[in-house]
Design a protein around this ligand. Structure first.
Ligand code: ADP
Ligand code: MG
Length: 668
C-alpha cells in the first residue's frame, strides 16, 4: 500500500498532527477506529421516550442557561417536538451553553432519566447533525472532525482489498473472520449493527492476536537469572523483624517469591493486591533477600511522591539490616545527581528507589539482581524490561506490584508474560471504610461534618470532578483551584486547607502535601493525583465530587486513601444513587468491585479510563469472549507443529506492530 498520506485537505500542519498520533499511511489512518457509535437512526417522539439511551429531534424552546455551583456547573435547556417538551441538562460541560440557540432545530442523543417529582429529562446529550449510525472518534488535536471524516472516506475509496489483507485466507476462514477491507468499511461507515459486529470481530481478533504474540515474543524461557543462595534469608525471620505479623496472603506471596528467586530461572511475578493489602512489605522482603544474596535491588514507582514515600519507609524498615538505600529522581540538581549515580554504580547504594529516572541511559547499576515496579499498570512492558536490561550477564528477577484488580480472564492476556499472585486479604484491625452516596442537596451537611472532624484533629480529602477532554490538565487545575477558593471563603472558612493538582509546580506540590502529612492542613483539595500512594493514617474522610464520572475501580482506589489508621473512616460520593455507585456502599472488596465495573460497563470502558493511565489501546479488549478465543488461538499456533510457519510469520508481524507501542505507552 502507498507509503505516506496524500489526501485532499491534508496540508503539512494536519499531516504533522496525524503523525503525532502515529498515523502515517492508509492502514494506520484506517486503524483509527471509532470509540463508539451513536445509533441515531431511531428518533423517538418526546412523548414516547423511555429511560435509557435515546435520540430525540425538535426545536430549542428555551436557549441554554448556565449555572455554576461549588465545583461544578449545569447547563439547562428545553427542546420540543409536536408531542411534548423535554428538559435537557449538561453537567460540567459549560461550553454547551454556547452550542444551541432558541428556535434552532436539533437532533440530540443522550440518556433519558426519569424522576418521580420532575419527570423525564435528557442528560448530557450529544448534538448530532446527521441521522443514521454515527461513528464517534477520539478527537484529534488540530484536526476538525469534518476533515477527519473526509480523510476516512478518501482512504476507504483508495484501499485495495488485496494489499490491505494481513492474514492468510484460510486462517481467516478457519476463524470466521471477514477480510480487512470489508472490516474497515463496516467499522467506519456501518449500515447496520451486524456490520459493526463483523468489523469489530475481525479487527479485534487481529489486534488481540498480535498483542498477545508480541508479549509472548518478549519473554523467552531460556534465560538465566541471578541465582540467589536461599540460605541467606528466611521469610519467617524477616516477618519477625517487621512491626506487624504478616497476613496469610503476604506470607504466602513472599514464600512464593523466595522460591522463585532461589531458582536459576529469572522470576517474573505480578502481585495483585487491593489497596492497603500490604504489598510494600512483601516487596521489601524480596529486596532484603536479593541484597543479602549480594545483589543490588531497584524499585521504580510512577510518581515522585510515591518514590519518596518508599524511600523513607525503606530507610526505616531496612536500616536494621544495615542496608543502604538511595533515591534517584528526574529533577535532581546536577551535583546531587552525579553523586547519586556514583552511589548506584559503585554499589554503595544497595537498594535504589526512584521514578522513570532509574531507566535513563546514564544510570549504571552494580550487580542488579532484582527489579521491582510499583503500580505496574502505569508502566509499559518495555519500561520494565529496560530496567531489567540494566543487568549485565543475566536477567534479573522481576517483581511487579499492582493495586488495580483485574479479573483473572483479562489478567491472563494482559500479563501474559507474568505469573500472578493475588493478595486478597487485608491486615487485621483495618477499619472497614463506610461509604455513603450524598445527593447534592445534602452538601452543606457534609461540610459541617468535615468542620467537626477538623476540629477533632482528623483530616479530609476532597477530590474534584474528573475532567475528560483534551484540555484536561488546565481544567483539572481550574476546577480544583475554584473549589479550594470557594470553600475557603464559605463552608470551610477558618479551616486550614491545602491544594494540589497534577500540573502544579513540583515545589508547591511538595509544600501542599507536606502540610497535609504534618496535619498543618486539615483538608486537602485535589484532583485524582492522590490516587496513588498517599498514606496519611490520620485522614478519615474522603469526599469525591461527581462520583458517577469515575470508574468504580478508581473510586475504590481513591477511597483507599482513608481507613489507614485505627479511626473510623468514611467515604462520601457526591451524586445520585444508582446501581454502580451502590456497589461501593455494599462492598470493600476490590476484586468484586472490578468485576462489577466490568459487568456494567464492559472492559473497554473499564480499562480505557484514566485509572489505568494509557493502559490499553488494544482494540477488541472489550470483548471478553474474543479475548479468550484469541488466547486459545495463540496457544494452538505456538504448540501445533503444522502451524509453525504461520506462527513465525504472525509473530514477526506482531513484533513490527507492537514493538514501539509496548515501549511507549503504559499498556501493561
Ligand atoms: P499497598 O498494598 O496498598 O501498597 P501498603 O504496602 O502501603 O499497601 O500497606 C498499607 C499499610 O498497611 C502500611 O501502613 C503498612 O505499614 C501496613 N501494613 C502492611 N502489612 C501489614 C500487616 N500485616 N499488619 C498490619 N499492618 C500492615
Ligand atoms: Mg502500594
Amino acid at each position: 500500500m502507498s507509503a505516506g498520506l496524500n489526501l485532499r485537505g491534508l496540508g503539512p500542519k494536519r499531516k504533522a498532527a496525524l503523525q503525532q498520533e502515529g498515523i502515517t499511511d492508509l492502514p494506520s489512518l484506517l486503524d483509527c477506529l471509532p470509540r463508539d457509535y451513536l445509533f441515531a437512526e431511531n428518533v423517538q417522539a418526546i412523548a414516547e421516550v423511555q429511560p435509557g439511551p435515546a435520540c430525540i429531534e425538535g426545536v430549542v424552546q428555551t436557549a441554554p442557561s448556565i449555572q455554576y455551583y461549588v465545583g461544578r456547573s449545569i447547563v439547562r435547556a428545553k427542546v420540543a417536538d409536536t408531542t411534548g417538551v423535554m428538559r435537557v441538562f449538561w453537567f460540567n460541560q459549560p461550553w454547551m451553553a454556547k452550542q444551541l440557540k432558541q428556535g434552532e432545530h436539533v437532533v440530540l442523543h443522550g440518556m433519558v432519566q426519569e424522576k418521580e417529582k420532575t419527570g423525564r429529562s435528557l442528560l448530557n446529550p450529544k448534538i448530532i447533525r446527521d441521522k443514521g449510525i454515527i461513528p464517534q472518534y477520539k478527537p484529534l488535536p488540530g484536526l476538525p472532525g469534518k476533515v477527519f471524516a473526509s480523510l476516512i472516506d478518501q482512504a476507504l475509496a483508495l484501499v485495495d482489498d488485496q494489499t490491505a489483507e494481513t492474514m492468510p485466507e484460510n486462517f481467516l476462514k478457519e476463524n470466521n473472520l471477514c477480510d480487512k477491507g470489508t472490516a474497515w468499511q463496516f467499522a467506519h461507515r456501518p449500515q447496520s449493527k451486524e456490520q459493526i459486529i463483523t468489523a469489530q470481530r475481525r479487527l479485534g481478533f487481529e489486534n488481540l492476536l498480535m498483542y498477545q504474540l508480541a508479549i509472548k515474543s518478549m519473554s523467552s524461557s531460556q534465560e538465566t537469572g541471578p541465582e540467589m543462595d536461599s540460605s541467606v534469608f528466611s521469610t519467617e525471620a524477616f516477618w519477625q523483624q517487621m512491626p506487624f505479623a504478616p497476613t496469610g496472603a503476604q506470607a504466602a506471596t513472599l514464600k512464593q517469591i523466595y522460591r522463585d528467586m532461589s531458582s536459576p530461572k529469572p522470576m517474573r511475578r505480578l502481585v495483585q493486591g487491593d489497596v492497603g493489602s500490604g504489598k510494600t512489605a512483601v516487596a521489601f522482603g524480596a529486596a532484603v533477600f536479593a541484597i543479602k544474596a549480594g545483589y543490588q535491588c531497584a524499585l521504580m514507582a510512577p510518581t515522585e511522591l510515591l518514590a519518596r514515600q518508599h524511600a523513607a519507609n525503606a530507610e526505616k524498615t531496612l536500616s536494621k539490616y544495615g542496608i543502604q538505600c538511595g533515591l534517584l529522581l528526574g529533577g535532581m540538581k546536577a551535583a546531587e545527581r552525579r553523586e547519586a549515580l556514583e552511589n548506584v554504580k559503585s554499589g554503595a547504594w544497595q537498594f535504589v528507589i526512584g521514578t522513570h529516572a532509574l531507566i535513563s541511559k546514564t544510570v549504571v547499576y552494580h550487580n542488579l539482581g532484582l527489579v521491582i515496579t510499583d503500580e505496574q499498570h502505569r508502566f509499559g512492558v518495555k519500561q520494565r524490561q529496560r530496567l531489567a536490561d540494566k543487568a549485565e550477564d543475566y536477567v534479573p528477577h522481576i517483581l511487579a506490584l499492582s493495586a488495580t484488580p483485574i479479573p483473572r480472564s483479562l489478567a491472563l492476556v494482559l500479563y501474559g508474560d507474568l505469573e500472578v499472585s493475588i493478595m486478597d486479604e487485608l491486615p487485621p484491625g483495618r477499619q472497614e471504610i463506610k461509604t455513603r452516596i450524598v445527593p447534592q442537596n445534602k452538601r452543606a451537611d457534609l461540610y459541617t461534618y468535615i468542620r467537626d472532624k477538623a476540629k477533632a484533629g482528623e483530616q479530609s480529602y476532597l477530590v474534584c470532578p474528573l475532567v475528560e477532554d483534551s484540555e484536561g490538565e488546565e481544567q483539572d487545575k481550574q476546577s480544583a483551584t475554584a473549589l479550594y477558593h470557594q470553600l475557603q471563603k464559605s463552608a470551610l472558612s477558618g479551616i486550614p486547607m491545602a491544594l494540589t493538582y497534577g500540573s502544579q509546580p513540583e515545589e508547591e506540590k511538595q509544600d501542599a502535601l507536606s502540610r497535609f502529612y504534618q496535619n498543618l492542613a486539615s483538608v486537602l483539595v485535589s484532583t485524582t493525583v492522590i490516587e496513588v500512594g498517599m498514606d496519611v493514617p490520620n485522614a478519615t474522610t474522603m469526599v469525591i465530587e461527581d462520583a458517577d464520572m469515575f470508574g468504580l475501580a478508581q473510586l475504590h482506589q481513591l477511597r483507599g486513601r482513608v481507613g489507614r489508621g485505627s479511626k473510623e473512616s468514611w467515604c462520601f460520593l457526591l451524586g445520585e444513587p444508582n446501581e454502580r455507585l451502590q456497589t461501593l456502599t455494599q462492598t470493600n472488596d476490590g476484586f468484586k468491585i472490578a468485576q462489577k465495573d466490568l459487568d456494567l460497563r464492559g472492559p473497554g470502558e473499564f480499562l480505557g479510563t484514566r485509572q489505568h493511565g494509557k493502559l490499553l489501546n488494544v482494540y477488541g479488549i472489550s470483548n471478553i469472549k474474543l479475548v479468550e478465543e484469541t488466547s486459545r488461538v495463540v496457544k494452538d499456533l505456538s504448540e501445533n507443529p503444522q502451524k509453525a510457519g504461520l506462527y513465525t510469520r504472525l509473530m514477526k508481524m506482531a513484533n513490527d506492530r507492537y514493538a514501539n507501542q509496548l515501549q511507549d505507552t503504559g499498556m501493561h
